[in-house]
Ligand binder design. Structure first.
Ligand SMILES: *Cc1c(COP(=O)(O)O)cnc(C)c1O
Length: 412
């Protein structure tokens, strides 16, 4: 997909006067339009909901906007539960999909009446002892050898998440004996997956399970949650997942398995993060140094503390030099940050137009798992986050960290 920007160089130059680089900027209207399109694609599905994965972009200013159009939040830690609460989400607007979970987090989720999604059969007991069993319980299923995985999560058998097939049935039976009446079923076995058929297959897999659970245990599952993991086209030659196509494919299986077996209503949930905000966030940075040795290194004022994906996964992030959009890509360079880590590079052997010191660059598709993965290694401070409104104005929705923030936790 052709990489474009929702702002121009002049606009960014104005912003930099007030908010020094590096910073993240999110395109509010594009996020909301995209979120709405997700809902429209599934308008046939009663009670359809996407629980926005908070970890992708943990900023309540954005979560609030998503909540207004019917999104929930998918949380996996105490602070994420608090973020959801402060963004105005309550009770079953919140899905708590955690793993290796501490007791106090289950307790908080239970107090909030969030949907608790258990990652392991032993957690039934753990939850009961530490927080008491809630009215509605969901299990995370890991199909193991029954499904192929993908690059980021790996093959399901190697993934630490979820119940086996056998444990799933044991777990539901146990809860039924304990008097629980409301049940959900969850899975997430792919991350950044661009193959639309993968999600249709996951829908089918869960519908088949819903039928099997009904037949074997006489338990009616209330919702299935297909997890997150819908990918985005980081590379210009990649195509976005066609959500209409995914929806229609899932609908076909819904009719075949759920309707014909009289298992309606069954709600369909997702907990996508990346596909909601990822393409609509940009890391803005300036060229600090240009270094010529065995290669040409373009040193930015951002580093992997602002965007870790290239270093962590070797991920491609498109880079545009503002004002040079039309210039030919003539130079092969490495675009680096300033960490004392040689993998602190945003691009390796990338063909780009000629750089000058002071050039402003936009690193694309940084709206999910971007700022969120930030850290303080090497004394780096986390950047600000700005929200770009439709009229071109911006609101700072998180200020940059200061040296005082950095020292605040020290005692010497
Ligand atoms: C990370 C995660 C998500 C969101 O994944 P995306 O790739 O951002 O859609 C959803 N659910 C769970 C349990 C996760 O761990």
């Amino acid at each position: 997909m052709k990489k474009t920007l929702p702002f121009n160089k002049t606009q960014i130059e104005e912003m930099i006067k007030q908010y020094p680089t590096p910073f993240h900027i999110y395109d509010e209207q594009a996020i909301l339009d995209n979120a709405q399109a997700f809902y429209q694609a599934f308008d046939w599905a009663p009670g359809f909901k996407n629980y926005f994965a908070v970890k992708a972009c943990p900023n309540p200013a954005i979560m609030k906007k998503l909540q207004e159009i019917g999104f929930g939040a998918d949380c996996s830690s105490y602070p994420e539960l608090l973020l959801a609460e402060k963004a105005g989400m309550t009770a079953e607007d919140i899905m708590f999909s955690s793993n290796d979970t501490p007791a106090e987090e289950y307790k908080k989720a239970k107090d909030m009446k969030a949907i608790i999604n258990l990652d392991d059969i032993s957690h039934i007991d753990f939850l009961e002892k530490n927080a008491g069993l809630p009215e509605l319980v969901c299990f995370r299923y890991n199909p193991g050898p029954l499904r192929e995985g993908n690059a980021i999560i790996g093959t399901p058998e190697e993934a630490k998440y979820g119940f086996t097939h056998e444990q799933l049935f044991k777990g539901y039976a146990l809860l039924k004996d304990k008097g629980i009446k409301r049940f959900g079923l969850h899975t997430m076995i792919a991350s950044n997956e661009l193959n639309a058929d993968y999600f249709i297959e996951t829908g089918k897999m869960l519908f088949e399970l819903v039928v099997e659970i009904k037949q074997k245990l006489d338990i009616q599952i209330e919702f299935i949650n297909l997890g997150g993991g819908i990918g985005i086209p980081y590379q210009p030659e990649q195509k976005p997942v066609d959500l209409e196509y995914v929806s229609q494919g899932i609908k076909k299986h819904y009719e075949k398995y759920i309707k014909t077996n009289n298992l309606e209503p069954l709600k369909i949930f997702f907990e996508c993060g990346r596909v909601i905000t990822g393409p609509y966030g940009y890391l803005i940075s300036q060229v600090r140094h240009i270094k010529e040795t065995y290669k040409t290194y373009i040193g930015l004022d951002a580093c992997m503390a602002n965007l870790m994906r290239p270093a962590l996964y070797g991920a491609y992030h498109h880079i545009t030099i503002l004002g040079k959009e039309k210039q030919p890509s003539v130079k092969e360079v490495d675009v680096t940050g300033s960490l004392c880590e040689n993998n602190d590079k945003f691009a390796i052997n990338r063909l780009l137009p000629d750089f000058d010191i002071g050039d402003i660059v936009a690193i694309h598709d940084a709206g999910a798992h971007g700022y969120a993965m930030g850290f303080n290694y090497n004394g780096k401070l986390r950047s600000a986050e700005l929200l770009l409104h439709e009229d071109g104005s911006v609101t700072q929705i998180r200020r940059a960290e200061t040296i005082d923030d950095y020292f605040a936790t020290l005692n010497f």
